[in-house]
Ligand binder design. Sequence first.
Ligand code: TPP
Length: 363
Amino acid sequence: MHQNILQFQVASYRFLNEQGQLEQALPEWTADQERILAAYRTMVLIRNFDQKAISLQRTGQLGTYPSVLGQEAIGTAIGQSMRKDDVLAPYYRDLAAQTLRGVSLKETLLYWGGDERGSAFENCPEDLPNCVPIATQLCHAAGVATAFKVRGGKRAVVASCGEGATSKGDFLESLNVAGSWQLPLVVVVNNNQWAISTPRSVQTASESIAQKAIGAGIQGVQVDGNDYFAISDAIIKAIAKAHAGKGATLIEALSYRLGDHTTADDASRYRTQAELKKAWSREPIQRLRQYLLDQGLWSETLEQALQADTRKRIEQEVKAYLDTPPQPPEAMFDHLFEELPEALIQQRAELIANSMQTGGGLA
Ligand SMILES: Cc1ncc(C[n+]2csc(CCOP(=O)(O)OP(=O)(O)O)c2C)c(N)n1
């Protein structure tokens, strides 16, 4: 005879439907109307900046850039919900979160323009830099969360990744240690349905990403990541839990990558127009705008003023970026180690000697 010893459930929820109408009563924190309006303004800023960054790349003024089009609610919810002394361990699609944490758009442009000074965040120096190697930031985040736990403070770490990253050992190892040591860690998975050309359907046989938390003994929840209220609610609860010393949470935020993977990709080669069109009808900004309009909190006049303000702010930041003098070639050795190893000291010296011979440029 055998018996089932355990059963699990994974919650999934949203408040706003695809038309921006409420499906259930909003949680208490939404009484703060300024927070909701600020979220909307951030999402619009990020969408306009995203478009500008792609134009800069197309005209040779920026390196490869990963668009966040369609996923603005997730980063906005992360950025708004964290306390200043928490730590963000972002991946490369966390523009909204980073901007709200205090990373300037100029710093963001410097980073994607290949300038390491773009990772030396003036306003949030303890946040980790952008992480491009898939899922490695989750191990770093678990490490920082361990330090917070050992110190006995009340700080939390929020880390994010795409659903493709959840197939990596780093993800599972981080969740495992977070469960084992009850770490103050929140992992937000931006499930945007595609990992470059790999669709969600073949990424994993797991019915949800949220259930991957179960094996680690931590709570996992799935929310509609295009519903600003749902993703914020999940993150607020998870951070409060981490601050209270009650351990880690995995949040799967369902969304869709409306743009190419990066400017080096052409998504039309592997997905259909029909799928894209359907995804556009679910995107987060129009949903929140509809809600605000229905509540009498938004208007066409406010929208026009916001569009004009964000464009002006973006132009100023782009100018500041383009006006930043480039660093000398040997700057590539900076920001790597506190003290350079011998081999790199030699290479740095050779580079300087070589660039002097060639009149300042690289041979
Ligand atoms: C360790 C590592 N392996 C491979 C890559 C190449 N790569 C860049 S993005 C990407 C897909 C990531 O997809 P996902 O985690 O779903 O995030 P998304 O880009 O969709 O937001 C891969 C494989 C990488 N950057 N790092």
